[in-house]
Design a protein around this ligand. Sequence first.
Ligand SMILES: Nc1ncnc2c1ncn2[C@@H]1O[C@H](COP(=O)(O)OP(=O)(O)OP(=O)(O)O)[C@@H](O)[C@H]1O
Ligand SMILES: [Mg+2]
Length: 268
Amino acid sequence: MTLLSIDNLTITIAGRTVVDGVSLHVEHGERVGLIGESGSGKSLTCLATLGLLPPTASATGSITVEGAQVIGASTRYLHKLRGRTVGCVFQEPQTALDPLTTIGRHLVSPLRAHGQLRPGSARRTAIALADMVGLPDPESIIRRYPHELSGGQRQRVMIAMAMSTRPSLLLADEPTTALDVTVQARVLALMGDLTERSGAGVLLVTHDMAVAASRCDRIVVMQSGRIVETGTPEQLLTNPREEYTARLVDAAYATSWQPARERIAVAA
Ligand SMILES: Nc1ncnc2c1ncn2[C@@H]1O[C@H](COP(=O)(O)OP(=O)(O)OP(=O)(O)O)[C@@H](O)[C@H]1O
Ligand SMILES: [Mg+2]
């Protein structure tokens, strides 16, 4: 059964069609990159998959996760879906973390919310999760607060939370855009490593063709609410059909020239 199946998804906000007939699929264990210019509808596609569209938006079409329909699903089902079947990591971890809650409490919160935390095991579990994502000195870091961590460390906390419930699908919406380049590479490598080990499928939203090409099995290109091209990294890098895809490839070479060349060489 297909892990994530989005079919003919159309999203309208205030009479404006912002996602227009999008169909995309992620199989178990597959890594799919979703790339496109700002405002092309990438985040709304992710939010719709989590049943988290703004109340002003209306969606038609179908989104199934492991066969179950998300559009119009009950609050109860959506709660189970989020943070259990689907883990998510967003761009800015600072806003997703509660400044008054310790790192340790954050780390175990998804397991707790889904009744999967064994009584008396919170501290041990938090330490294990901090360790899993390479946070330094897990025993002391779990007692600290989000503002005491670097951006990269906070994003590691978000990844640990997202992966803690062993989701079958990880949705990552520009997970490293707010981080500097060297930290970006390490955080992406960590995500790749953890999802590969758990067998989770990944939908990775990015602006950067170099990132999509090096991290994904397949890339979906969006422009103005529509999918304009889909292919393997090799196809899109060497033989893009669309002018827009070619521009994304050129931009990747231009903006992260050396790193992009190295990553593309690894991917090809
Ligand atoms: N809550 C909202 N109310 C009204 N319009 C919205 C809302 N959220 C998104 N939009 C509009 O929908 C379109 C798609 O937005 P979306 O956030 O999905 O783009 P994106 O591809 O994720 O862009 P970016 O790369 O900048 O994150 C944009 O034109 C945006 O202005
Ligand atoms: Mg976005």
